[in-house]
Design a protein around this ligand. Structure first.
Ligand code: NFK
Length: 298
């Protein structure tokens, strides 16, 4: 495969159009099915979990989160914070609770974070919002035993940016025990010249500032103990697959606890949708990571 800098605009835009690579459905159909799966899944989560909706984490209208709690929440509860995808321009927390059912049934709380998607929010605003959302949760729920992050696609980049935060500017330093980054984009430079950037209007400096692959030393400094799972779908585009592989390698070279999951028989969309199913491979990966990291080894 050619380096992205050598690709014509048309090829680069195809590489960054996840819907064109699905083996299950046509491009419009796969997006419609994705929206339906996430919305219906979130509706179901609301019916099986106790919910705390629209909890503010900041002053802004869009700075709210939804919490899906187990029916019998425990003191030392585990919490998973989910950062949704949608190319920084689609979706909200209203479609982001779908992974809750198999987790709340095991006593794990799920938090769906809202952030101001473009054009309202810029990349810097979104990164600041997800960072503050995590700080706020950790501050408000100081009794929780472990905090985990999960992000999909654009949310994978935002979750990686949370791990790469200099927390000295915040009131708390969250102890994030693990993160599952699903089909993320870790280098924003290739998308600058594509349609993805039309509403974002990122400059090269903006893209550099928010590219996790360029912030590995920061992640190592602030999230050394965090276990990271970099996940990619078998039918993600070659560029998406390269992005995940290279981010994984950069973390591994830095000596971090990181693993790579190439999920067979999935595309960019159902690789995350299926987290609503307890038998799905990635649900089991997530549960295993929690079991492994939440026991104390003292
Ligand atoms: N042009 C993009 C659109 C896209 O990624 C998307 C569109 C609607 C809702 C979610 C999307 N992407 C990932 O969550 C594509 O071809 O997939």
């Amino acid at each position: 495969m050619a380096h992205w800098k050598e690709m014509k605009k048309e090829e680069l835009e195809k590489q960054y159009s996840p819907s064109m690579w699905s083996h299950r459905m046509g491009k419009d159909e796969v997006i419609t099915a994705h929206v339906t799966a996430l919305s219906e899944g979130t509706k179901k989560a609301g019916s099986v979990a106790q919910t705390l909706l629209n909890v503010p984490y900041g002053e802004g209208d869009g700075e709210k989160l939804d919490i899906y709690l187990p029916v019998c929440p425990s003191q030392g509860m585990t919490m998973i914070i989910y950062i949704h995808g949608g190319y920084w321009q689609f979706f909200s927390k209203e479609e982001s609770g779908f992974m809750a059912p198999p987790l709340v049934s095991r006593g794990i709380a799920v938090v769906a974070v809202d952030y101001d998607i473009a054009p309202k929010g810029s990349m810097d605003v979104m990164v600041s919002q997800v960072r503050r959302s995590v700080a706020s949760i950790v501050q408000q729920y100081s009794h929780i035993s472990g905090v985990y992050l999960c992000g999909h696609s654009a949310g994978g980049q935002l979750a990686a940016m949370v791990l790469s935060t200099d927390w000295s500017q915040y009131k708390v330093t969250p102890n994030i025990k693990g993160a599952v980054l699903v089909s993320g984009i870790y280098d924003l430079l290739p998308i600058i010249s594509t349609y993805v950037n039309d509403p974002l209007k990122m400059t090269e400096e903006d893209a550099v500032r928010s590219s996790p692959v360029l912030l590995v030393p920061m992640l190592k400094r602030w999230s050394t103990g965090c276990e990271v799972v970099v996940v990619v779908a078998e039918h993600d585009s070659p560029e998406f697959r390269r992005q995940s592989r290279e981010y994984f390698q950069a973390l591994e070279c830095a000596g971090l606890k990181v693993s790579f999951e190439d999920v067979s028989n999935t595309d960019h969309f159902n690789v995350i949708e299926q987290l609503s199913d307890e038998d799905y491979h990635l649900t089991q990966v997530l549960l295993k990571m929690i079991r492994r990291t939440s026991v104390s080894h003292t």
